[in-house]
Design a protein around this ligand. Structure first.
Ligand SMILES: O=C(O)CCC(=O)C(=O)O
Ligand SMILES: [Fe+2]
Length: 356
């Protein structure tokens, strides 16, 4: 028998409630610049988020190639997030990956429960919803499906959705293509720091050990979107994160002291620089604070793929080449676990003494 390990937001949303349970109501200080996300998306400021055209990333013309790479590097240094276009992954494949994920989420909740994860026993892969943690007791307005998608020999196929039938094949092909894109991006970021082309890739585990983990975020319609968050404000701990979405706005970025709603750019992949690259580059590349907001009218779905180094092996610290007499190390050496603890600690402190 399968028992639910957490309340499913989808079930809550479809029960017809007009007000959301208190666990989903975020503290006031988290609810700045919320507004209606469809109105927010129309604002001009969203167009400041860089769109990087990768068509010329390997151009034979050195000047054209350098221009393209320079733009990517600048966006990574200034924003740490961007819309990638002409990234080499076909529109058709992206559409089919999204259709397959949607088909899974369109299954009845009871069907999806067969894939439920069990956070208490450490089975983190599968269908899930956030469990309240002790510090805040806060919940997020989303359900998700989380699983390791690359390298292939590290996957646990027993947890992969069997419905729809093409889910496995499409998601595998997509993951493999993203892996190639990650190498390309990492090489440009390495060169941008004056390092050897393969250096960052090697630091984050190379072909054997860099893990690609997919999290499909499913944000049901919310009767009180101005009080809830789909995903609370955070930076990704990954090296890089690649995100697809169903063209419903909801991603907000904290840039220069203000929340900006990202526009939906057709056929693009949103890419975040994560904490890992921020730290290795001694803060030259940025890991931007972001969150997911929800709305009353449309279900939002996003497919985030986190490219992560093997957490138990890596010590996060700036590469020696990025530190000099004039540029001190901005981050002390930390294990991944210590880094996550430090983030939690900082967050608790910030909540106790909110920034003015
Ligand atoms: O839904 C989104 O666009 C962002 C999701 C996100 O930030 C995450 O899963 O880490
Ligand atoms: Fe994120």
């Amino acid at each position: 028998m399968v028992t639910s390990v957490a309340p499913r937001v989808e079930s809550l949303a479809s029960s017809g409630i007009q007000t959301i349970p208190k666990e989903y109501i975020r503290p006031q200080e988290e609810l700045t610049n919320m507004g209606n996300v469809f109105e927010e998306e129309k604002k001009d400021e969203g167009s400041q988020v860089p769109t990087i055209d990768l068509r010329d990333i390997d151009s034979e013309d050195p000047e054209v190639r350098e221009r393209c790479r320079e733009e990517l590097k600048k966006a990574a240094m200034d924003w740490g997030v961007m819309h990638l276009v002409n990234h080499g992954i076909s529109d058709d494949l992206m559409d089919r990956v999204k259709k397959a994920g949607e088909a899974f989420f369109n299954l009845p909740v009871e069907e999806k429960e067969k894939y439920a994860n069990d956070q208490k026993t450490g089975q983190i892969q599968g269908y899930g919803s956030k469990l309240a943690n002790n510090t805040s007791g806060q919940l997020e307005w989303e359900d998700y499906f989380f699983h390791l998608v690359y390298p292939e020999d590290k996957r646990d196929m027993s947890i992969w959705p069997k419905t729809p039938a093409d889910y496995t094949e499409l998601t595998s092909v997509y993951a493999k293509q993203l892996r190639g894109l990650a190498t390309k991006i990492l090489s440009v970021l390495s060169l941008g720091l004056g390092l050897e082309e393969g250096r960052l890739e090697e630091e984050v585990g190379g072909l054997e050990e860099l893990l690609l983990q997919m999290k499909i975020n499913y944000y049901p319609k919310c009767p009180q979107p101005e009080l809830a968050l789909g995903v609370e404000a955070h930076t990704d701990v990954s090296a890089l994160t690649f995100i697809l979405h169903n063209m419903v706005p909801g991603l907000q970025l904290f840039y220069k002291g203000k929340w900006i709603t990202a526009k939906c750019v057709p056929n693009s992949i949103v890419m975040h620089i994560g904490d890992t690259i921020e730290i290795l580059s001694n803060g030259k590349y940025k890991s931007i604070l972001h969150r997911g907001v929800v709305n009353k009218e449309k279900v939002r779905i996003s497919w985030a793929v986190f490219c992560e180094p093997p957490k138990e092996k890596i010590i996060l610290k700036p590469l020696p080449e990025t530190v000099s007499e004039t540029e001190a190390a901005m981050f002390p050496p930390r294990t991944f676990q210590q880094h996550i603890q430090h983030k939690l600690f900082k967050k608790t402190q910030d909540l106790q003494a909110p920034a003015k």
